[in-house]
Design a protein around this ligand. Structure first.
Ligand code: ASP
Ligand code: MG
Length: 415
């Protein structure tokens, strides 16, 4: 509750994505929704993304100047996208008779480290926002940006406005962070692949993180991590309808906890196998240090048990990183005296996710049986406490998602 501003009104943070503010009519639509929240008796802080594909356009513009634009300057350039949408929204709100104020990330008190293009928020100094709320204003904040202790503008990485919203919600001690986008919630699977997919009413933070990490791109990952750490409920809903969305929160009910909650998939997967690797200490370090240095993030890693001190080592990377990964790996292969390396770029992954599988046997068996019955060969398997992932051929991913959705009865009943 809003003790800081000395009354009993709730504080809510609403975030609207780029497609929700893509043109002036849509900005007016957002203004009407914000006004409704205010008239329902809430203090409202609104965070906006840049209009439509503005950020892509700004990046393209800088690349017309040079292939490698300076990161400090690029951050200032990209931050202007959100300044346009947040000022236009404040103008719209005022023209509709409501007092509002736009604030840049810096003005809103969003402090970050100095890693340009993927800065992390270190603190939110909420005083200014609280002062404006207390004066009865709707506070409109430019998403995706902050400021370093040296007063340099930073951006938070693509999709970072979600993280702005959750950080601000924590900073002003909001009751909820509502994120509005062009999807109306989190589904049991991608509805374009599984028409029977159901919208989840609630989902846990951990489950949401696994879903997002496994290919369901709804929210910026960091925003969910922050929500989890500070126990801030996050709503995912559509800005174009009144349909109830999905709430990400702690402490789900028993019935929900005991189930697989969603099937995630990802088509951006490639595999590299290093053959005939001598089985001795230090080899893995050499390889993965080289990949880390090249900024390539490695997902699944599998090393076989060795036969006569020779083993194979397989890992996966994003398909978009495969060429670079091979370039990095080839000299390492020579230096460690491995036999060679091969790659396969036509892979995908499919995952079942749910806290229910913690300490409960049978999920893996059921998953593999469904894959077998659908005639799908599994190349690699990895697990976390609440996820099982199979790497398979890309052509089989859709079939796998459908088969698993059915096997775990996600098309039936309450979710
Ligand atoms: N405008 C930024 C982007 O396109 C940030 C965001 O939309 O959240 O990535
Ligand atoms: Mg987004």
């Amino acid at each position: 509750m809003a003790q800081e501003i000395g009354d009993y009104m709730a504080i809510i943070v609403q975030k609207y994505g780029g497609s929700s503010v893509a043109d002036v009519d849509k900005i007016r639509n957002v203004a009407r929704r914000v006004i409704k929240a205010k008239e329902n008796g809430n203090n409202v802080v609104v965070v906006v993304s840049a209009m439509g594909k503005t950020t892509d356009g700004l990046i393209a513009l800088a690349r017309q100047v040079t292939d490698h634009p300076d990161v400090r300057e690029l951050d200032v350039l990209l931050s202007t996208g959100e300044l346009v949408s947040c000022t236009l929204l404040a103008i719209a709100l005022k023209s509709m008779g409501h007092d509002a104020i736009s604030l840049s990330g810096a003005q809103a008190g969003i402090q970050t480290d100095s890693v340009h293009s993927k800065a992390r928020i270190t603190n939110v100094e909420a005083k200014r926002m609280l002062k404006e709320l207390k004066a009865g204003k709707i506070v409109v904040v430019a998403g995706f940006q902050g400021i370093t202790s040296e007063m340099d503008v930073t951006t938070l990485g693509r999709g970072g406005s979600d993280t702005t919203a959750v950080a601000l919600a924590i900073g002003v001690k909001a009751d909820i962070c509502e994120t509005y986008t062009d999807v109306d919630g989190v589904y049991t699977a991608d509805p374009r692949i599984v028409p029977e997919a159901q919208k989840l009413k609630v989902i846990g933070y951990e489950e949401m993180l696994e879903l997002a990490g496994s290919g369901a791109k709804v929210l910026h990952l960091r925003s969910v991590e922050l929500g989890e750490i500070y126990n801030m409920p996050i709503l995912v809903a559509s800005s174009f309808t009144e349909a109830p969305g999905t709430i990400i929160k702690r402490g789900l009910e028993m019935e929900v906890r005991n189930k697989v909650r969603g099937i995630a998939h990802d088509l951006n997967v490639a595999k590299v196998t290093i053959l005939g690797v001598p089985d001795k200490p230090g080899i893995a370090t050499k390889l993965f240090e080289a990949l880390a240095k090249a900024n390539i993030s490695v997902d699944t890693i599998v090393q076989n048990a060795s036969v006569e001190r020779i083993t194979d080592l397989t890992f996966t990377v994003a398909r978009t990183d495969l060429d670079e990964a091979m370039r990095v790996v080839e000299p390492v292969v020579k230096s460690i005296n491995a036999k060679g390396c091969v790659s396969d770029s036509k892979l995908g992954k499919v995952s079942i996710i749910g806290t229910g599988m913690q300490n409960t046997p049978g999920y893996a068996a059921k998953m593999f049986k469904a894959m077998f019955e659908a005639g799908i060969n599994i190349e690699l398997i990895t697990t976390s406490e609440i996820r099982i992932t199979c790497i398979i051929h890309e052509d089989k991913v859709k079939d796998a998602v459908r088969a698993l959705h059915k096997a775990f009865e996600l098309d039936k009943g309450e979710v």
